[in-house]
Design a protein around this ligand. Structure first.
Ligand SMILES: Nc1ncnc2c1ncn2[C@@H]1O[C@H](COP(=O)(O)OP(=O)(O)OP(=O)(O)O)[C@@H](O)[C@H]1O
Length: 228
């Protein structure tokens, strides 16, 4: 079985800025669940965007689902199979209502109207969000938007979830619910989070992005089980 993702020697700099990522390598295997931590501005979001081809590295290779990906056509399939939940839900949600936002992806994939209605209801029920079905998206609370963002991605039935700070702004109870939801999903995961407890709850391996590269989290290196 090929690796889901294999990034090697990635170098990326925003125009006119020093490199954010510099010689970064990362592998994600089938069913694997990894967390990424690291200081603000270390390049964690940038990395997820590179994985799905929203940004192109200046050097290095991205192999996704066993195939080297370089151009837009090659990344198109990656974006269908790897569902990216953006750090800011307002980047994800753009339809008038929650149901329309969740329907957008599957409709774009050519699913029939009847299938899409079924997917919308099933996805909302899976996340315990059925009560939000006909709400106006931009009037949802921050936490509700975050969960609806996840719903829009799950509705596309991806193989891998790439989650950028999915627990941000959620109250304790809702964050617990998100942990249960994520642990019930069969997907491979890459989760960015500054919350060590959340990372430990939903992933099995933790890495730290610093100085443009990924290494094991300090606590793993030190052999300790407890993170600050
Ligand atoms: N479009 C852009 N143009 C120029 N610089 C950018 C752009 N987007 C991000 N950056 C810069 O690149 C660096 C990495 O940003 P990125 O969002 O990937 O970091 P991060 O590790 O996800 O941070 P955080 O933990 O604060 O979310 C930051 O210094 C950021 O200011």
């Amino acid at each position: 079985m090929p690796l889901l993702f294999e990034l090697t020697g990635i170098r990326f700099a925003y125009p006119g800025r020093p490199p954010v990522l510099n010689g970064l390598s990362l592998r994600l295997d089938e069913g694997e669940r990894i967390a990424l931590a690291g200081p603000n501005g270390a390049g964690k979001s940038t990395l997820l965007h590179i994985m799905v081809g929203l940004l192109r590295p200046q050097a290095g290779t991205v192999v996704a689902f066993g195939v080297p990906r370089r151009n837009e056509r090659e990344f198109h399939e990656v974006r269908r199979r790897a569902g990216l939940v953006f750090q800011d839900p307002d980047d994800q949600l753009f339809c008038p209502t929650v149901a329309e936002d969740i329907a957008f992806g599957p409709l774009n994939l050519g699913r029939s109207r009847a299938e899409v209605l079924e997917i919308v209801d099933r996805t909302l029920a899976r996340l315990d969000l059925s009560h939000l079905r006909d709400r106006v998206t931009h009037k949802l609370s921050g936490g509700e938007k975050r969960l609806v963002s996840l719903a829009t991605v799950l509705a596309m039935e991806p193989d891998v979830l790439l989650l950028d700070e999915p627990g941000n702004g959620l109250d304790e109870e809702t964050r617990g619910r998100l942990v249960r939801i994520l642990n019930d999903l069969p997907h491979a995961l890459v989760v960015i989070s500054h919350d060590a407890r959340f990372r430990r709850a939903v992933t099995s391996h933790q890495y730290r992005l610093r100085d443009g590269r990924i290494g094991p989290s300090e606590t793993h290196v030190a052999g300790g089980a407890v993170e600050p």
